[in-house]
Design a protein. Structure first.
Length: 378
């Protein structure tokens, strides 16, 4: 025996058996194209043509009836079936070999947001790979080759085998932050050399001659290597001999992650030198902010005792104390260019793309704030 009851909880309006058991709620299956056709009194072919925008040969009244029925039933076409029919998913992926997105990193989160916005305007959904290689934190990008997306925007270091695999498979790929990619893969990067040059020349114009460099992961990341090389070039152009003791960590690093203890060790080492640096050019804002904090703990007066310049202009750069002078490369411009380039690779325009059209550099801008000043007289 089954009786109908009414109560004030989530059992409202549900049937309860004489044994007091509440059955699972009835789940309505999703609305199908057949449901829409039946409700509108037309064929499934007509509904398909209206939904796909190929309704030029269908009467306006019929189109209106189908559109109203689609809206009333909240019908959404099965994207999986459509992607199989059309050979595309209208989805792109974004993946980064730097795990900052999973450590609340400002730059990574801003990058993801800008790529999402650019992809949305281009008509794409964005997929984030959630499968990782064991104990490495590196996304299994090769899993994307199964057709779940049309292409990938990838932040990857140089010489990674993943890029070779993607190139061999002719999978539409755009890399950010790395100029060294295999033929057929696109790359969008900031003008890191020009940005570094502007930062260094600004410090020189203030009167600094002992300028240290807090380096990034130069072994793996092209942009870190570019900053270091340009730093050395600017010093040489100014007639200043390079003191390798001012370049730390001289043992190199493997990731962009900041180790505050290592930053403090670098600063302590510099402070033991007979001729201490009066300014530091940092490979990232993360390093620069860690250096500002370490300097403040040691009682240094900033920027009189030590000027600091970062790179990235991440959101917190203007809110630290003192506000950080830094180099800005528009994340939005990189994201927009990467999505546009990926579109070209997914659906190439008339004529084959050549390697020159697969590279784009985004300008760098020096943002002057309070963390830099002329060196104090000693």
């Amino acid at each position: 025996m089954v009786e109908k009851i009414t109560c004030s909880n989530n059992t409202l309006g549900r049937e309860v058996s004489s044994e007091g058991k509440i059955p699972a709620p009835i789940r309505k299956s999703r609305v199908t194209i057949e449901d829409v056709a039946a409700a509108a009194g037309v064929s499934t072919t007509t509904v398909s043509r209206v939904v796909s925008g190929a309704s030029s040969r269908i009467g306006k009244a019929t189109v209106q009836k189908v559109e109203e029925t689609v809206k009333r039933l909240h019908y959404s076409p099965n994207r999986l079936i459509r992607s199989l029919q059309q050979g595309k998913s209208d989805t792109i992926a974004y993946a980064s070999f730097y795990p900052g997105l999973h450590h609340h990193d400002e730059v990574q989160q801003q990058t993801l947001l800008e790529i999402y916005c650019a992809a949305h305007h281009a008509g794409y959904d964005v997929l984030l790979p959630t499968t990782w290689t064991e104990d490495s934190g590196i996304p299994l990008v090769t899993h994307l080759l199964d057709g779940r997306c049309d292409g990938v925007i990838l932040e990857a270091p140089r010489n990674t085998t993943v890029l070779k695999v993607l190139a061999e498979q002719n999978f539409p790929t755009v890399v950010t932050g790395n100029r060294q990619v295999p033929p057929g893969i696109g790359t969008v990067y900031g003008d890191y050399a020009d940005g570094t040059r502007k930062a260094m020349e600004y410090l020189l114009s203030l009167g600094h001659r002992r300028i240290a460099h807090l380096a990034g992961p130069v072994q793996l990341w092209d942009e870190a290597q570019c900053r270091l090389e340009t730093y050395l070039e600017v010093l040489a152009g100014a007639g200043i001999s390079c003191d390798k003791r001012l370049i730390l960590p001289n043992w190199g690093t493997e990731t962009w992650s900041v180790n505050e203890k290592e930053v403090e060790q670098a600063l302590d080492f510099w402070l033991t030198q007979e001729k201490q640096p009066t300014a530091v050019f940092c490979a990232s804002d993360r390093l620069a902010i860690a250096l500002l904090e370490a300097a403040a703990k040691r009682g240094l007066k900033l920027p009189d005792d030590l000027s600091v310049i970062g790179f990235d202009d991440m959101p917190s750069a203007q809110h630290c104390n003192p506000a950080l002078t830094t180099v800005r490369v528009s994340v939005g411009a990189i994201a927009a260019a990467a999505v546009k380039m990926l579109q070209q690779l997914i659906a190439p325009p008339a004529g084959a793309l050549n390697n020159e059209t697969l590279q784009q550099s985004i300008p760098a801008e020096l943002v002057i704030r309070q963390s830099t000043a002329a060196p104090a007289t000693r």
